[in-house]
Design a protein around this ligand. Structure first.
Ligand code: ADP
Ligand code: G6P
Length: 498
């Protein structure tokens, strides 16, 4: 049953709702959890807040009626087949996604994609404007909705508008390639407060405003030309629901399932695990290459060592994703053909989505978690892994190119481009004495437990609600540099000496 209310004091807008509606050929409707870290984080935040969530329900055509799920009011926005092709697969995931992730694959630029992006952003802004109570707080999410803040401000100047960037914000040299770069910046500057994963992302945004809009800037503030407004861009790194996930991981059924997983894999001495959307940013090819070389060199061999790679299907109609899937599956086939024995595969490749309980059991079963992205805004999988290791077992191999690494320095760090270095990190993760690994795990867990998603949301909303109504740049220009609370937040705990 949809809730009876017509307006909300807190409205969030994200491209996806937390659940997808999937209609089968026989007309039956199934509700499935949507993929990705944004949904994982915001779903746990919204369970504690009374608010509405505006987003796409995952099917083409007219928007379904609003509905409630898990205590959250969900308000679907409809996308036509052309909107999905041009706005979602095209502009969002074949133009912005590669530009914002270091152009790991080339970006495509099409004017009709841009038209669709504007059109759909306007639709989201109108849906939010209709749902927001007078003076409401509106929290817009991610790269798919960068025009919404300015569009919404025009429709509803009374509401307070925040935007959070779940992915990296690119250096100006890359951002400048976008033919619509000024419009994107102006769209974001419609917000009262802009949140980023890392200080470097916030700085990239401020620099882009200075260089591409000739905006006046001071530290983390950008003056909006032609108005008296100043917008703050700051780092507030996202996190996971530490308490909730730890509770789940401690359930006897989850722990039993974890033991069962190990057993069904033949109780390997070392179980390595990768969990990613099948995305070229995640460094899955680099991880497989390093693993294959360790097998070739005889430093790892099944059944003592095995790798489970969970690769969730993602954006399967976008060319680069189709190509990646082909490459990964070919590589897995080659490795297994060469190094598996009967009953002891070198790589277990799983192209499915699993319930949270199964993911928690997998994390607990894994001796070494491989998180090797070439670029990632945060990577919640890394934080979920350490959250689930209440037994202090396991070791995290973590790419320096993730947001998570800026908080989890104690992990076994790697540069995934450096295959030799990645191999060494994997071997070190296996060979480090258990008591040292436990100390590292304790430090990682402390960081995530002290900086969980509830704290992230509270800090974000406090920063948004306290954003000055009309600050003038001159008023802050000569003030002494205030210590940046985000900087302290983002700096890692000292490494615990073994
Ligand atoms: P991204 O948002 O880029 O996908 P993150 O690591 O930040 O990357 O978040 C991924 C989220 O999706 C995590 O919460 C993770 O547990 C979840 N996830 C990844 N793969 C699966 C899967 N196969 N089944 C269920 N959940 C998954
Ligand atoms: C990342 C993005 C999210 C996105 C998710 C899943 O986490 O930051 O905005 O929802 O990936 O991708 P998808 O394209 O399936 O929504």
């Amino acid at each position: 049953m949809p809730s009876e209310r017509s307006t909300y004091d807190l409205v969030i807008a994200a491209n996806r709702l937390p659940v997808d509606r999937v209609t089968a050929d026989d007309g039956t409707v199934e509700i499935r959890r949507s993929p990705g870290g944004l949904v994982t984080a915001m779903e746990s935040v919204m369970r504690d807040h009374d608010g509405a969530w505006v987003g796409w329900a995952g099917e083409t055509g007219d928007a379904p009626e609003p509905f409630d799920d898990g205590g959250i009011h969900l308000h679907p926005v409809g996308l036509s087949a052309e909107d999905v092709a041009f706005y979602y697969e095209g502009f969002s995931n074949d133009t912005l996604w590669p530009i914002y992730h270091d152009v790991i694959v080339p970006a495509s630029f099409h004017r009709d994609w841009w038209q669709a992006y504007q059109r759909v952003n306007q639709r989201f802004a109108e849906a939010v404007a209709a749902l927001a109570a007078p003076g409401a707080t509106v929290w817009v999410h991610d790269y798919q909705l960068q025009l919404v803040p300015a569009m919404l401000r025009r429709l509803r100047p009374d509401v307070r508008i925040g935007w959070f960037d779940h992915i990296p914000f690119p250096p100006v040299e890359l951002f400048a390639q976008l033919p619509w770069r000024s419009q994107l910046l102006e769209g974001l500057l419609g917000a009262d407060f802009l949140g980023f994963q890392r200080q470097a992302d916030a700085r990239n945004f401020v620099r882009a405003c200075r260089q591409l809009l000739q905006a006046r800037t001071k530290r983390d503030l950008v003056h909006v030309e032609g108005s008296s407004r100043t917008v703050r861009a700051a780092a507030i790194p996202i996190s996971v629901d530490f308490k909730g996930l730890e509770r789940l991981a401690k359930q006897p059924e989850v722990m039993a399932r974890s033991a069962q997983i190990r057993e069904s894999l033949g109780n390997p001495k070392v179980l390595m695990l990768g969990v990613d959307r099948l995305d070229y940013t995640k460094g899955i090819r680099h991880r497989l290459k390093a693993y294959e070389e360790l097998l070739v060199e005889g430093r790892f061999s099944p059944p003592d060592v095995t790798l489970v790679q969970v690769a969730t299907p993602s954006r399967e109609r976008v060319g680069a994703y189709r190509t990646l899937r082909g490459e990964i599956e070919q590589t897995v086939g080659r490795i297994n053909g060469e190094y598996s024995r009967i009953g002891a595969p070198a790589v277990h490749y799983l192209h499915h989505s699993y319930p949270r309980e199964e993911m928690a059991a997998l994390f607990q079963a894994a001796d070494v978690m491989l998180v090797t992205p070439l670029r990632d805004g945060m990577n919640l999988v890394a934080k979920e892994y350490v959250t689930c290791r209440h037994d202090l077992g396991g070791a995290l191999v973590l790419s320096e190119f993730t947001g998570a690494w800026h908080e989890l320095h104690q992990a076994f760090a790697c540069n995934p481009h450096d295959i030799e270095g990645l191999k060494q990190a994997m071997v070190r993760a296996v060979n480090t004495p258990a008591k040292d690994r436990q100390r590292i795990m304790q430090a990682l867990r402390r960081r995530v437990s002290d900086h969980d998603v509830q704290r992230w949301a509270a800090r974000y909303l406090a920063a948004l609600r306290s954003a000055p109504d009309r600050p003038r740049l001159e008023q802050v220009a000569d003030a002494p540099a205030a210590p940046d609370p985000q900087a302290a937040e983002a700096s890692p705990d000292p490494v615990v000496a073994p």
